[in-house]
Ligand binder design. Structure first.
Ligand code: PHE
Length: 351
């Protein structure tokens, strides 16, 4: 072979190689190309070997040409690699592209249940007056729900609370456990555990064995309040609950206290507010009386204080119990307490 022949072959090979390289569409094709031209048995590699067959004078020129061709192919390969990588990246970006102009999907945002909202509003009012918030068990002993509240067995006052009993009896065959009918058992539990001063509100769920209607649910919430200290009087009870009524139903509200009976308070009262809808003129909301009853309250009974080891000659206190669902019904004009627990989003979303 002459140098002339060799140079021509190299030139032809280079042209073909570069054309094929341009046609390679992915990294695999590139690798195949590299093996085919620059690999150990590659076409250009073999050509380089054939330089050895040239005569001594021809060898330098042939060798130089072959080396140039090798360098040219190597750098062309590198460039093509970069190119392919760049297009792959572009394609990836194109696939992952987000159309930020698409309208978003509406998120279904949850919210607090109206009872929870009301409970928090009321508790916050008492917290601002220095009360603590505590919670207690929903499954309760007869002892706390009744006995310690001055309601012994066979006491007719037990008829005031329709009770759901737990299937469990003591040695005498008496039922001992129940679903609490009110939050008042926490009065005894708290006083048993602490010494005065006591200022606490207790929100929680209560249960009664009751036929349901627009104003009665078999489960509902109460918020209990208790303040015990030296020198607490009925005036403190009135002032505190007056503040509550005004904060929830408006600063111009009037309140009315009437004597009522609860075995664990003496005296016992119920508190009403003047009807905020008719301003006391009489309407369907207040059943034409001008007044709406919102809670029960009273001065803690000396027997209850004695029962928890407080000396009634030293300590006095007041207690109250209210129903947050009932307060919410009045405040928002809800006509049926069963709406609260029917899980109808059309109702719940309004709050
Ligand atoms: N626990 C009573 C009830 O459920 C309400 C109440 C609480 C009354 C505290 C007076 C004092 O009816």
């Amino acid at each position: 072979m002459t140098t002339q022949d060799l140079l021509q072959t190299i030139e032809a090979l280079t042209t073909r190689a570069l054309r094929e390289l341009q046609a390679a569409r992915d990294l695999e094709a590139l690798e195949a190309w590299r093996v085919s031209y620059l690999g150990r048995r590659g076409q250009l590699t073999q050509m380089l070997r054939s330089v050895g067959a040239l005569s001594a004078e021809e060898r330098p020129a042939g060798g130089a040409a072959a080396n140039r061709a090798k360098e040219a192919l190597e750098s062309a390969l590198e460039r093509r690699q970069e190119e392919l990588k760049a297009t792959a990246l572009e394609r990836g970006l194109a696939e992952e592209r987000l159309d930020v102009t698409l309208p978003g999907r509406t998120l279904n945002l949850g919210r607090l249940h109206p009872t929870t909202q009301m409970v928090r509003e009321i508790c916050n009012i008492f917290v601002s007056m220095g009360f603590q918030v505590m919670e207690g068990p929903e499954v309760e002993w007869d002892r706390y729900n009744f006995e310690m509240l001055n309601i012994p067995k066979e006491h007719p006052a037990r008829d005031m609370w329709d009770t759901l009993w737990i299937d469990r009896v003591d040695d005498l065959g008496e039922r001992t456990m129940l679903l609490r009918t009110h939050t008042s058992p926490m009065q005894a539990r708290i006083m048993e555990q602490t010494r005065p001063p006591v200022r606490v509100v207790v929100p929680g769920k209560c249960y009664r064995y009751e036929a349901t209607d627009a104003t009665h649910e078999w489960h509902f919430h109460q918020i209990e309040g208790l303040a015990v200290d030296e020198g607490i009087t009925f005036a403190d009870l009135k002032g505190t609950l007056y503040e509550l009524a005004r904060r929830i139903f408006g600063a111009e509200r009037k309140v009315r206290f009437r004597v009522d009976y609860f075995p664990f308070v003496e005296p016992g009262v119920d508190m009403s507010i003047d009807c905020f809808r008719c301003k006391g003129q009489g309407c369907s909301l207040c059943k034409n009386t001008g007044w709406i009853e919102i809670l029960g309250a009273g001065m803690v009974h000396p027997k209850v204080l004695e029962g928890v080891g407080y000396d009634p000659n030293v300590y006095t206190g007041f207690a109250f119990g209210l129903g947050p669902e009932r307060i919410a019904m009045l405040k928002y004009g809800i006509d049926d307490i069963r709406h609260f627990y029917a899980n109808d989003l059309r109702f719940l979303r309004q709050f």
